[in-house]
Write a protein that binds this ligand. Structure first.
Ligand SMILES: O=C(O)C(=O)C[C@]1(C(=O)O)C=C[C@@H](O)C=C1
Length: 368
């Protein structure tokens, strides 16, 4: 996939240099007093770059608090005026965008449930055509479809928006997981690889769903070179009208931010780089051996395929496959490797064996 979006670096609009961008504030603006009180505490920390608050809340089921609506924009504008801190909110349609722009909201974000709809994203991009002085952040779609996420950036980019960033908030799952939305870190890792210009902000509140997970998710994001964090913060989290379990107090946010380690993405130290090069050479050699072994394995799989074809035997052998899974997981454990990791690799190996043998079966079918 080719992506060429010359979006502005974060420093251009967020005024952060050499440190991760921090967006914090309540999940929802509930009352003008709650918003202002939270914002004041956050401003006093001196560590928060943008004050966030949801005013239109897309809820899973009706009858939950769906946000203060347009009235909340005035509260956000008051916070911006009184405290001089940039403010941001979620938008989901053209009307939201137009109203937010009227109130001078600095940062808009498109939520995960909206990013899934190219129609909605395009309508908002049209409403943003030619607009200056607004940054637009795009949360990942609820399911892990990277091209859909990228498509949203392309639509906004074509509308002339250059102050763009991604928000990784995890992916919906029905599996039992300690996360509310499973992170699937490989998706933002791949986004960074194919579109390195797009800054990525992590939303540990939505990934974790529980305040106790916020620190570890944030640290992991920083170690993956993310550019910022969006952390839901409320004066009295346990009394919050939405997402009470995943919000922290401004005091706790301050602790989290001071405990997080911000590491550099490379080093200029010669000894470090020389040693790293030596170790990487070892990895290069081992990877070559690994691929040679896979090629040798595949040659035998092909032989078995031909043998099965001559004897009219199915490609998939349940019993043998089940034995391999168990045995390789045991071997992994004995070698101090995570058996789940090895099983995932074997699933890919087996899928390719079946694909190859299916090709071998077909080749004869078409000859016959
Ligand atoms: O053992 C076989 O029958 C094979 O074809 C090899 C192999 C494998 O990749 O290990 C491939 C397909 C079968 O389902 C089981 C195992």
């Amino acid at each position: 996939m080719e992506v060429n979006l010359q979006v502005n670096p974060l420093e251009k609009w967020a005024k952060v240099k050499g440190k991760p961008l921090v967006i914090a504030g309540p999940c929802s603006a509930e009352t003008p007093e709650q918003l202002m009180a939270t914002a004041k505490l956050l401003k006093d920390l001196g560590k928060v770059d943008v004050l966030r608050a949801g005013i239109w809340k897309p809820r899973t089921r009706p009858n939950s608090f769906e946000g203060a609506g347009a009235e909340g924009l005035k509260w956000l504008a008051d916070v911006k005026k009184e405290l001089g801190i940039p403010v941001g909110t979620e938008v989901a349609n053209t009307q939201h965008v137009e109203e937010a722009l009227k109130y001078g909201i600095d940062v808009l974000w498109i939520g995960a449930r909206t990013t899934v709809s190219p129609f909605s994203v395009q309508e908002m991009a049209d409403a943003l055509q030619g607009v200056k002085n607004v940054a637009v952040l795009v949360k990942n779609p609820t399911h892990p479809e990277l091209p859909l996420w990228i498509g949203a950036f392309e639509r906004l980019y074509r509308a002339g928006i250059r102050d763009l960033a991604a928000i990784h908030r995890g992916f919906a799952t029905s599996d039992k997981s300690k996360f509310r939305n499973i992170p699937m870190w490989q998706i933002p890792i791949e986004l960074r690889r194919i579109a390195p210009q797009i800054p990525i902000i992590c939303d540990p509140s939505h990934i974790g769903g529980k305040r106790d997970l916020i620190f570890e998710i944030s640290q992991k994001a920083l170690d993956l070179n993310f550019d910022g964090l969006m952390i839901e913060t409320h004066i009295t989290p346990e009394k919050a009208w939405s997402d009470a379990d995943q919000q922290v107090t401004p005091a706790r946010l301050s602790e989290i931010l001071s405990e997080l380690k911000v590491r550099k993405d490379s080093s200029t130290d010669k000894d470090f780089n020389d040693h790293l090069d030596d170790l990487r050479k070892k990895i290069d050699n081992l990877d070559r051996e690994l691929i040679e072994v896979l090629a040798a394995r595949m040659a035998i799989v092909e032989k078995i395929g031909e043998y099965k074809r001559e004897n009219n035997v199915t490609t998939y052998q349940v019993k043998r496959w089940d034995d391999i899974m168990k045995n390789r997981a045991d071997l992994a454990t004995k070698m101090s490797l995570n058996p789940e990791y090895i099983i995932e690799i074997y699933k890919i190996i087996h899928e390719e064996s079946i694909r190859k043998q299916t090709e071998i079966m077909k080749a004869v079918a078409s000859k016959a």
